[in-house]
Design a protein around this ligand. Sequence first.
Ligand code: NAD
Ligand code: ZN
Length: 232
Amino acid sequence: MTPIRNIVILTGAGVSAESGIATFRGPGGLWEGHRVEDVCTPQALRRDPELVHRFYDERRAKLAEVEPNAAHRALARLDAEWAGELLLVTQNVDDLHERAGSKRLIHMHGELKSALCAECGKRAPHEGSLPPGSACPTCASPALRPDIVFFGEMPYAMHVIERALEQADLFVSIGTSGAVYPAAGFVHSARRMGIATLEMNLDPSEGSMMFDDSRRGPAGERVPEWVDEMLG
Ligand code: NAD
Ligand code: ZN
């Protein structure tokens, strides 16, 4: 076994669950009471922009009521103290990793506190509600939309993530169901490249069998334990 120097960590909605943010596939397979197809696709945005914008306005407003939990804090501590390469790739659109202090962080599915211009493609930090037709600060088109990567759209920074995986000795997946691609495929890439793989999740995920090691339990307990192990 080569000593571990470079780490890629993938997080999903499960890491924020103990902060009080609902996971994706809650009761009945709904996200906060909505079918995923109604709030997470380019078609939904075209069909009912009011609904889709309001949905993300509510998610954005909720951020003011929640705090990072022990898992976010432990990952921020690992980032601060880990001497090797480290990349935290989150599928989450909340801002809890950065509020906990993580710096080497990529939001591959976008961010609630950002707006994307459908006209010029520029992204800009955004607070508060974002009604359809809001003007882009760059090109002035009334074309701002939530900066969320919908199904069928390309996640952000895929080349950076792929390069980090190529350099990694360990791939860790935390609180994700392994149902959303391409993130769900990172473990396959890691295995192909001979990288060690570890999963931490409350329930067995769709990809659990793919990992060398799979630990069950709440992220707020498993992640601080693992970070203690890593920092010795
Ligand atoms: P998911 O809801 O499909 O899966 C969450 C996983 O976390 C499940 O396997 C569940 O067993 C596990 N889990 C639940 N509570 C946990 C806990 N306390 N500790 C550890 N694990 C726990 O979420 P996903 O795989 O991230 O995919 C959903 C997509 O939905 C993502 O792309 C994301 O952009 C979006 N989403 C984001 C947020 C957020 O930003 N917080 C919330 C909901 C959905
Ligand atoms: Zn623009």
